[in-house]
Design a protein. Structure first.
Length: 112
């Protein structure tokens, strides 16, 4: 009976460690979607980490006034308050430019 109890505890420990590892991987993994900065509405842009209502509105207004963004550097230059590190975090969170997907994304959501 004691050996069965020890085996059960080892199995439980292994399962717990595996569950913790899988949960951590899912939490830090890249999102499975992307949002195109040149076609998404302000509401859709807010689904990207680092873009709130004010920033989304500024992105849409700049895009409507001066045309689509070419790349992350263009977004950085044209939208006040968005620095290069912020742009990098947004692209890691799913922001794309004209359907060019980062390699870590599994599918793209193109909003028209």
């Amino acid at each position: 009976m004691k050996k069965l109890h020890q085996t059960f505890n080892v199995r439980s420990l292994r399962r717990g460690v595996l569950a913790l590892a899988l949960g951590s991987m899912m939490m830090f993994s890249a999102p499975s979607y992307s949002v195109n900065v040149n076609s998404a509405s302000a509401e859709i842009l807010q689904n990207v980490r680092g873009i709130g209502p004010t920033r989304a509105k500024a992105i849409v207004e700049e895009r409507e006034k001066n045309g689509p963004f070419v790349n992350s550097e263009d977004l950085n230059i044209r939208v006040k308050g968005i620095g290069q590190k912020t742009v990098e975090k947004m692209t890691e969170s799913g922001l794309t430019f004209d359907g060019v997907e980062p390699l870590t994304r599994s599918k793209s959501i193109k909003i028209k």
